[in-house]
Design a binder for this molecule. Structure first.
Ligand SMILES: [Zn+2]
Length: 292
């Protein structure tokens, strides 16, 4: 089976200094496009949903489609629940077959974040091979329904990261280092690469124990992306970019075919546009050919 543990997949990425693309979807068409692109590139890949589409489509439906598509391919692949602030919904998604769960307690105080993240970690680890991602500090911007004003963003304290990981029991760690969700308000966002590198060293020296996650991956320059990977980013989240591709390619197709009522052709157009964009990301992140 191609469905693997995210920790295993990302530890390899971390050791070999590339990142695995973690792509947010809201539709089955996007899921198919991502898997086809990754297969063509022989790349490991992570499919993720935030909470709103997971509730809308139902986690059972997402898991069923994911399994049907993922089981027949040879590349390593995971299904991740992104930015969930509801412990019970984390448990529900783990129960029905998500392979990786993010509990986002970054809005809570340190002790409460640890306590609730630990509850999710213990639950997921008891079920079996389900890994858990936690976040410390606040990634600014808009992600799903979690809104954080840029000026309220707090970066992750490297000194607290090790304690957070040990006490919360997480497998993957998303530290806030200046990246933002949504569309960047400036062309030159201030990213604290040094802080990322310091956190990586604290957690993963001499061996990689807790791979790091980069949130807010849309809209950064290619050199910034590579710098993030060089400083320890192993899971690279892309959400906003794919929303734009979905909406823009839909609009483009419908504008060009105003009297055609064939949804299948529209789906094909959107799928192709999404697939091409995923191929771009896989090449940029360095995960091409890393499936084995
Ligand atoms: Zn995020």
């Amino acid at each position: 089976m191609a469905i693997v543990s995210a920790k295993e997949m990302l530890t390899k990425a971390s050791n070999e200094k590339y990142a695995v693309g973690a792509f947010n979807i809201t539709s089955v068409v996007q899921m198919g496009a991502i898997i086809e692109a990754a297969l063509g590139k022989n790349a490991p890949v992570i499919i993720q949903t935030s909470v709103t589409p997971a509730r809308f489509l139902k986690p059972e439906v997402i898991v069923a489609v994911f399994r049907a598509l993922a089981q027949s391919v040879s590349i390593p692949i995971c299904l991740h629940l992104d930015h969930c602030t509801d412990v019970d919904f984390c448990k529900k998604c783990a129960d029905v077959g998500y392979t990786n769960i993010m509990f986002d307690g970054s809005h809570l105080d340190f002790e409460e974040n640890i306590k609730r993240t630990r509850e999710v970690s213990d639950y997921c680890h008891n079920i079996g091979n389900i890994t858990v991602e936690g976040e410390l500090g606040t990634v600014s911007g808009v992600e799903d329904q979690i809104k954080v004003a840029a000026d309220e963003a707090q970066l992750c304290d490297p000194e607290k990261s090790l304690e957070f990981i040990e006490r919360s029991g997480i497998d993957l760690f998303g530290p806030a280092i200046g990246t933002a969700h949504g569309v960047y308000q400036t062309e030159n966002p201030v990213i604290d690469f040094q802080r990322l590198g310091k956190i990586f060293q604290k957690l993963n020296n001499p061996d990689v124990k807790t791979p790091l996650v980069i949130h807010g991956g849309t809209g950064l320059s290619e050199s910034t992306v590579l710098n993030l990977i060089n400083n320890g980013g192993a899971k690279y989240n892309v959400s906003t970019n794919l929303k734009y591709i979905l909406m823009d390619s839909t609009f483009e197709y419908m504008s060009g075919h105003p009297n055609e009522y064939d949804p299948g052709k529209l789906d094909k157009h959107v799928k192709m546009a999404t697939k091409q964009r995923i191929e771009y990301w896989i090449d940029l992140l360095g995960s091409t050919g890393k499936a084995l």
